[in-house]
Design a protein around this ligand. Structure first.
Ligand SMILES: [Zn+2]
Length: 494
């Protein structure tokens, strides 16, 4: 029998931040996991390196073009409007924006996610799952909304719903809990504009219960506060928070009989979904709302109205641009790439993906040619310096843009990502679709600073190594359980 799995996802924690905390003795539990198993400090997120896209990649093994979850926001051409999932469920609930709340809790998993989750695939092999707070949680079991105020709202509304599909054990604050644990404070009262108990303290408490009861063979617990702390207060504040996060991990380990016993009995994996790039104190915001010579529509109500040439959907340090038929892409790229804070632009043409940076251009596609560190082979045409690549014999080495070829390829091959994608220079951000922007730190780009993540893993079935890309997490865990992946990779979302 394979060991049960405890998967801990710590949103947005930089590898160097965790490493420093472990070195200083401030994260003894995560340190024990790293010491006992394998620690990968330069694993890689997807592009855009943003939570919905990255958590979908972790839960399914698919790149954004395969999962269909490409960022916080994207333009739905069929619907003719921007879809906004929002950054954090907690924020979404607190702002009371029903449509965003609907998109985040219902639409994203139910309608937009086009790849099978670990919960679904493992269920096929008879392995039950448990999930606490993680945004991507689609599974075979129906879970009713537990908050009466939400239940009331759904009557006669086209938004929200009476239930969601999740794993056997599913917990998200007071909104969903598959059984009463005593941790659900307001018991469904309080209204959807008030706090609904979705927080890291709760995640630790439920995580501990799951371990104490040995409730499921596959357990996924998600901590998100470290990301918002970095956004608002910077990397040093995140470093302080990691001490607290390690305390949450300690509670979960203690409930399972202590760190040594848990590391004996379980396969444990801990990782972040993306990194974080500190922003400049001045001039950090790159405004994409106007482009000379073109009529731009941006913001959460952006659409192709009369005369509109471009719909712009910023996603933190990345941006998705959708062009009206007939608009010259080259003019658009030329107009944007010279702008301060725009690092690189990429798009597809025929069966090539093309990236432009610093006046250099590189076309690439999978095929016989150069092999990279991940074992993928690529055919190149143009200047490898455009993506800071070094060619050495038959192999390809990444510089500032880890796994750049697969990540751009795996973003651009869905219309949901638009016709041109932008990645911001470190220190800069394109902000949120609503027009606001984070002040201290942000993420989303192709650059290493917000793309690199840590992966700590111990106790995996024989022959399995810690994943080096977040898209390798789900395949590794399926292999650990001896389960078959439901669908071959390569399917793209239209
Ligand atoms: Zn974030």
């Amino acid at each position: 029998m394979p060991k049960p799995v405890l998967l801990l996802v710590l949103d947005g924690i930089r590898p160097d931040v965790l490493r420093a905390a472990i070195r200083d003795g401030d994260a003894p539990n995560l340190g024990a996991l790293a010491g006992r198993g394998e620690a990968v400090w330069d694993a890689v997120s997807v592009f855009p390196s943003i939570t919905p896209a990255a958590t979908a990649a972790i839960a399914t093994g698919g790149a954004p073009a395969e999962t269909g979850i490409v960022g916080h926001a994207w333009y739905d051409a069929a619907q003719g409007s921007v879809v906004v999932y929002g950054a954090m469920t907690e924020t979404v609930v607190l702002t009371g924006a029903i449509k965003v709340f609907h998109n985040n809790v219902w639409r994203m998993n139910r309608d937009d996610l086009h790849a099978a989750t670990l919960f679904e695939t493992l269920h096929e092999s008879g392995v039950d799952g448990a999930c606490v707070n993680f945004p991507i949680r689609r599974g075979p079991h129906e879970h009713p909304v537990r908050m009466r105020s939400v239940g009331r709202y759904t009557k006669g509304s086209r938004y929200l719903g009476v239930s969601v599909k999740g794993p056997k054990e599913y917990y998200m604050g007071d909104l969903f809990y598959s059984r009463d644990t005593g941790a659900n404070g307001r018991k469904g009262s309080g209204g959807i504009r008030r706090s609904v108990g979705i927080n890291d303290e709760y995640a630790a408490e439920i995580g501990a219960i799951l371990m104490r009861e040995k409730a499921a063979p596959f357990n996924l617990v998600y901590f998100f506060k470290g990301d918002s702390i970095a956004h608002h207060r910077g990397i040093a504040a995140q470093r302080e928070w990691v001490t607290k996060a390690d305390g949450y991990v300690a509670r979960i380990f203690e409930a399972g009989g202590g760190v040594d016993r848990v590391l004996d009995e379980y396969a444990v994996m801990a990782l972040s979904d993306h990194g974080h790039a500190p922003l400049l104190p001045e001039g950090r915001y790159v405004e994409l709302g106007s482009i000379p010579g073109l009529q731009v529509s941006s913001g959460s109500r952006a659409r192709f109205g009369p005369g509109v040439d471009v719909v712009v959907v910023p996603n933190g340090r990345s941006a998705l641009l959708y062009l009206r038929d007939g608009v010259d892409r080259d003019d658009l790229v030329k107009g944007l790439i010279s702008r301060r804070g725009v690092d690189l632009a990429a798009w597809t043409e025929d069966d090539w993906t093309i990236a432009r940076r610093l006046g250099k251009e590189l076309s690439f596609r999978p095929g016989d040619g150069l092999t990279d560190a991940y074992g993928d082979s690529w055919e190149l045409d143009g200047d490898p310096q455009a993506l800071d690549l070094t060619v050495a014999g038959d192999s390809l080495e990444y510089g500032d843009y880890p796994d750049a070829l697969e990540r751009l390829w795996g973003c651009l091959h869905t219309p949901r990502c638009g016709d041109v994608v932008l990645s911001a220079t470190p220190g800069h951000t394109f902000g949120e679709v609503t027009g606001g922007f984070h002040t201290a730190s942000d993420h989303g780009s192709l650059h290493a600073v917000d793309s690199e993540v840590f992966v700590l893993a111990s106790g995996l079935s024989e022959g399995l190594r810690a994943p080096h890309r977040i898209t390798d997490v789900a395949p590794t865990l399926l292999e650990h359980f001896g389960a078959e992946k439901a669908e071959p990779a390569g399917h793209r979302v239209s």
